[in-house]
Design a protein around this ligand. Structure first.
Ligand code: ADP
Length: 424
């Protein structure tokens, strides 16, 4: 306000003498024109100086000026200084971010909205074979693994993927992506070779032990059968033989399930066309034959969809669900099996029984290996605790999921939901 007053006073100081002079010598308009031209010219010079200073990026000391122009320069100067300070602070933050991500044992890559690399740390160069000069390039052009390309395309980052490193096929990387900001994505890759090796050792160990146990068990079963068939075996032994036969049978089932699980973990996936209606009819018929009494299985084929996958794996999954439904429900109650189209273009298999149901706390755990609900209640029902683990594994290998719905005293419903891309 003060500065404006100064400008106004200068204008008045020039106008008043011009007016007085015009009273004596006339030429009022010329006098006023002269004063206005002078004021206009001096402001133009100042505007010009400001424009030149700004066009040079406001570098250097602010030009020395008087009045309102001094204020204008000063404000610009202050804004530029605070911008400089902010830039310095941001630079420092960026530097410490780079240093901390550089110290991370995991690979970190910042991706733009088109998948172009904006920045990557040193570990990303070692794990993914990226170079500094790759900045700006789209990552699917550099990391070509089909699973990774599909992961980027689908943009479903709730889960992580595991792929071999593009620079070392013996190294396994777990890759996860976190979207942030406007269209930016943070890719993180962790070396999980060690875990993978331990996992492989465990699978191999279980598979080898199960395989090695098979032969002695077959021999034992053979001798037991012979002993049971022998005439004249003392009656006191016959119960023991029966028990031994039941236990060897249980052990056989355990070994078979363990071998199947090991195979599911290691063998490559198959993708053949599986005729679901025929497969289900067979599975239901076989299960029904095992039941002594009336037919209990009600099969409802509401969909003509077939699946892309492995027929023998699907057969074991479906049959495990059906055997469970029959096993864990009264011998007089029906078991409903249906194959239906899903609203999203996929299809689902539903196995429903009217048994005692499963307590809600156990539902999240029943697909774990060896997990059995209320062992006391079920102790008469023979099982390995591996059936649902097999079901889950088979479904994961078919990109499908298992939904379990159960109400105590009413029954359980197991649903295998297959996605659209698995339908043929
Ligand atoms: P198991 O060989 O013991 O049947 P599973 O892995 O197939 O092993 O099942 C795990 C547990 O889940 C079972 O022990 C049982 O307690 C429970 N379960 C599975 N299916 C049903 C069902 N249809 N109704 C009630 N309980 C079930």
């Amino acid at each position: 306000m003060q500065r404006w007053r100064r400008e106004r006073n200068i204008a008045i100081a020039l106008m008043v003498p011009a007016l007085i002079a015009s009273i004596f010598v006339g030429h009022l308009s010329e006098m006023l024109l002269f004063v206005v031209s002078y004021l206009y010219a001096s402001q133009t010079v100042n505007v010009n100086r400001l424009e030149r200073w700004l066009s040079q990026g406001g570098q250097g000391e602010k030009p020395d000026f008087k009045g309102i122009w001094s204020d204008i320069y000063y404000h610009f100067y202050k804004i530029r200084k605070s911008q400089k300070r902010r830039k310095k602070k941001l630079g420092k933050m960026l530097d410490s971010f780079r240093k901390s991500t550089g110290a991370l044992p995991d690979a970190v890559v910042v991706l733009g909205s088109y998948g172009e690399i904006e920045w990557s740390n040193k570990v990303a160069h070692d794990f993914l074979g990226l170079k500094k000069s790759d900045n700006g390039q789209r990552i699917p052009n550099l990391v070509r693994h089909p699973l990774f390309i599909q992961y980027l395309k689908e943009q479903d980052y709730r889960h992580k993927i595991c792929i071999p490193s593009p620079v070392n096929e013996n190294m396994f990387l777990q890759i996860g992506i976190v979207p942030y900001g406007s269209g930016l994505r943070l890719l993180m890759a962790q070396d999980i070779t060690h875990q993978k090796n331990i996992e492989r050792m465990r699978t191999d160990f279980v598979a080898n032990v199960s395989h090695e146990l098979r032969t002695p068990l077959t021999v034992l079963r053979g001798y037991l059968e012979t002993l049971q068939e022998m005439d004249g075996a003392p009656g006191v032994y016959s119960r023991s033989f029966q028990n031994m036969a039941a236990q060897t049978e249980r052990m056989q089932a355990l070994i078979d399930d363990l071998l199947l699980l090991a195979r599911l973990e290691s063998k490559p996936k198959k993708s053949e066309s599986v005729l679901v209606a025929a497969l289900l009819s067979e599975v239901c018929q076989e299960s029904d034959l095992l039941e002594n009494d009336e037919r209990r299985v009600e099969l409802h084929l509401a969909s003509s969809a077939n699946l892309l996958g492995d027929a023998s794996e699907l057969r074991s999954a479906f049959s495990n669900l059906l055997v469970n439904a029959l096993k864990y429900s009264p011998a007089t109650s029906p078991v409903k099996v249906s194959w239906r189209d899903a609203a999203d273009g996929g299809a689902y298999l539903e196995v429903e029984d009217f048994g005692p149901g499963i307590p809600a706390v156990d539902i999240p755990r029943i697909t774990e290996r060896f997990y059995r609900v209320d062992v006391k209640r079920n102790q008469k029902i023979v099982g390995t605790g591996l059936g649902l683990a097999i079901v889950k594994h088979v479904l994961v290998r078919h990109d499908a999921k298992l939904d379990i719905d159960s109400q105590l005293g009413r029954g359980s419903r197991f649903r295998c939901v297959f996605p659209k891309q698995r339908i043929c």
